[in-house]
Design a protein around this ligand. Structure first.
Ligand code: CO
Length: 145
């Protein structure tokens, strides 16, 4: 059995790319009663991200839902929305050591959308696996700051 130099700790968040982000936020926060955080702009990904707890119980706020909005026409979310009616954009898995994960996965011929992890929301480090290596699913690896 392979020894992996990292562990997957669970779902960190599900990234949503709605056609109507304000409607999605209204539904999650006002209708379902989930807690929404202040929006955050993530320059490296050219998105505005509003995190929403996925659990009513605020003692255990994860996994999160992230409402993603493009901040420029060349944002990956702009491309996604131009091709679809909006929907679930990516699955983010938390790992305990993102640099070890990237190094190890490269030895397994897994490729990434960037050379190295970059800053995500709330002080995290993130990197996206190329969807072709995950059967068409966009998977983000996240390490908490
Ligand atoms: Co994400």
């Amino acid at each position: 059995m392979d020894h992996r130099p990292f562990r997957v700790l669970g779902i960190h968040h599900v990234g949503l790319a709605p056609k109507a982000p304000s409607v999605t936020q209204h539904f999650l926060a006002n209708i379902l009663g989930l807690s929404a955080h202040e929006p955050e702009t993530i320059e490296s990904q050219r998105i505005r991200c509003t995190q929403v707890n996925s659990l009513s119980d605020v003692r255990d706020p994860q996994p999160l839902l992230e409402i993603l909005e493009p901040t420029s026409v060349d944002s990956p979310i702009s491309k996604f929305l131009s091709e679809r009616k909006g929907g679930i954009h990516h699955l983010a898995l938390e790992v305990d050591d993102i640099h070890s994960a990237v190094t190890y996965l490269r030895t397994k011929q897994v490729t990434f959308l960037s050379e190295a992890p970059s800053p995500g929301s709330h002080g995290t480090q993130v990197i996206f696996v190329h969807p072709k290596d995950a059967g068409g699913i966009l998977v983000e690896l996240v390490q908490r700051g």
